[in-house]
Design a protein around this ligand. Structure first.
Ligand SMILES: NC(=O)C1=CN([C@@H]2O[C@H](COP(=O)(O)OP(=O)(O)OC[C@H]3O[C@@H](n4cnc5c(N)ncnc54)[C@H](O)[C@@H]3O)[C@@H](O)[C@H]2O)C=CC1
Ligand SMILES: O=C(O)/C=C/C=C(\O)C(=O)O
Length: 488
């Protein structure tokens, strides 16, 4: 009999599915492995079509009552979920770090507080969601955001609970029920979230969490005709498969995909700041969709920028992510490491030069790498690596900088370092990107629209855009005053 309970640093995690307010086992399981040391953490219930159907059925059954729950009550429960997250920050942080290898200090001080904030923000935004009535030839138009129904949320391993709750919170706030499927490489904190939500009073079936492989339970979820929304964060090939499944029922989709974002460094920039921004791109061992992985540096500043970057990057400490002094942890999985090294070795073989790194480290670590002498049309410049691998190219003028910046299939983000406001105002409108940062990086606000252009995604989430996606927008038009009959 498979034991569906994992204990991580003293924290017990039930690894069965959470469906309709009950823990449900599967006949099959898969092994969850920690990227820190390759240790098997335990067995996870491996769902398939039957569990997908059960979870969607539970979500469908729970939907009408949750949708009819007054907004203020929904908001109260979501704040209670945030309270539960805040009480368990330490536990969530160590479990997440053990499961996906990202830094414990970031989980403690940045990520888990943001998880709680995701719930608080969308709970509060729900209460402000309003559209002023307007008139058409004396008739009144009233716009409403009606809950849509069961939502399937499919999430990746690079920031598991953060990216899951960034979808779960608005979907629930909107009055929908949810089936969450976390990535199979990092499933643990989603299961803890199910416990926290139940303790906070979220009714059974409103949030369901199922585990398993994308090709098995994932496809069964995305092709289910009772699902009213699908939101996905992950890779482009998987997005295509999900879009094919969704097409069967014309289920609306929100897709947040990869990136190959540029950091443009103009010679008039504060070079220390530009270098700080550049070194940040190794955060989370490079497993960040928003990362500015392509440095584009004005020719006259390139030598000095590179010298200062190398000084700073080589001082980063790579090691156990539970150690407070570590800057770069492991990559998630041997397969991902293989993929990263494949990109780098092919680039080196075709003429790229490693300014630093260019090889594996011990175990599941990849040496922070900067490659130069790379061609614009090469794989390493065009494809998302999702590891601590950056490239450096130079440009002669603004036009060339913009041409290189925009010359990929992606359009998620761009970062510009310049000392000139006029230049920033000229350059930023010409960049193809969902988010552009000027002399800063990763300043995120849930009010802002978030998503990508081109292959970086479809749609935007954040603030009212999240409610626009997770709701059926309705316009109710009433005839001019005087039609009411009093049947009192
Ligand atoms: N935009 C982002 O934030 C992320 C981008 N990536 C990119 O994707 C590459 C591959 O990483 P993967 O783990 O393979 O990402 P993936 O896109 O395959 O996995 C993300 C999620 O999709 C699910 N999934 C996979 N196939 C599915 C299907 N047919 N139907 C429904 N759900 C399915 C997975 O179980 C997981 O929960 C990375 O190297 C990176 O380039 C990966 C993770 C996050
Ligand atoms: O933390 C955020 O606000 C967004 C992060 C997005 C990613 O890291 C991703 O999808 O890879």
């Amino acid at each position: 009999m498979t034991e569906h309970r994992i204990t991580v640093a003293g924290v017990a995690v039930d690894t069965r599915h959470w469906i309709g307010g009950e823990r449900i086992a599967s006949a099959d399981s898969f092994t969850d492995v920690s990227p820190i040391d390759g240790r098997a953490l335990g067995e996870i219930a491996r769902g398939g079509p039957a569990e997908a159907a059960a979870a969607v059925a539970a979500a469908k059954a729970a939907f009408p009552a949750w949708a009819a729950t007054p907004r203020a009550e929904r908001a109260r429960i979501l704040h209670a979920v945030a309270d539960g997250v805040e009480k368990r920050i330490e536990e969530l942080a160590i479990v997440e770090t053990t499961d996906n290898g990202a830094l414990l200090r970031s989980h403690r001080r940045g990520v888990m507080p943001r998880v709680a904030h995701n719930f608080r923000f969308f709970a509060d935004w729900l209460l402000t969601l309003d559209h002023e009535d307007f008139e058409t030839r004396g008739h009144t138009n009233r716009v409403s955001w009606d809950p849509a129904g069961p939502c399937v949320l499919i999430t990746p391993w690079n920031a598991p609970l953060m990216l899951a709750t960034w979808k779960v919170a608005p979907a629930l706030a909107a009055g929908n029920s949810v089936v969450l499927k976390p990535a199979e490489w990092s499933p643990l904190t989603a299961s803890l979230l199910a416990d926290i939500a139940a303790e906070a009073g979220l009714p059974a079936g409103v949030l369901n969490v199922v585990q398993g492989y994308g090709a098995e339970i994932g496809e069964a979820l995305t092709s289910n005709p009772d699902v009213r929304r699908i939101s996905f964060t992950g890779s482009v090939p998987t997005a295509r498969r999900i879009a094919e499944s969704a097409a069967l029922n014309l289920t609306p989709l929100s897709l947040e995909l990869g990136g190959k974002s540029p950091l443009l460094v103009f010679a008039d920039a504060d070079l220390d700041l530009a270098v700080d921004l550049a070194v940040e791109q190794y955060d989370n061992a490079g497993q960040v969709c928003l990362a500015a992985t392509r440095f584009l540096v004005e020719e006259s500043a390139a030598e000095e920028f590179t010298r200062r970057f190398v000084d700073k990057a080589t001082a980063l400490r790579q090691g156990d992510p539970r150690d407070e002094t570590t800057d770069i942890g492991p990559n998630i999985h041997p397969r991902q490491l293989e993929k990263i090294d494949g990109f780098v070795q092919r680039a080196l073989a075709s003429g790229a030069r490693a300014v630093i790194g260019g090889h594996r480290g011990d175990g599941q670590y990849y040496a922070p790498t900067l490659l130069t002498d790379v061609r614009q049309d090469s794989e390493i410049v065009q494809e998302e690596v999702f590891g601590p691998v950056l490239t450096l190219q130079t440009f002669a003028d603004e036009d060339e900088a913009i041409r290189l910046a925009n010359d990929t299939r992606f359009g998620l983000a761009a970062t510009v370092a310049t000392g000139s406001r006029e230049r920033a105002d000229r350059v930023t409108p010409r960049l193809v990107a969902g988010t552009v940062w000027v002399n800063c990086f990763f300043v995120r606000d849930l009010q802002a629209p978030f998503g990508g252009s081109r292959l970086s995604g479809v749609g935007r989430e954040g603030g009212t855009w999240s409610f626009d996606f997770y709701c059926d927008l309705k316009n109710t038009v009433s005839a001019p005053k005087g039609w009411e009959h009093n049947h009192g």
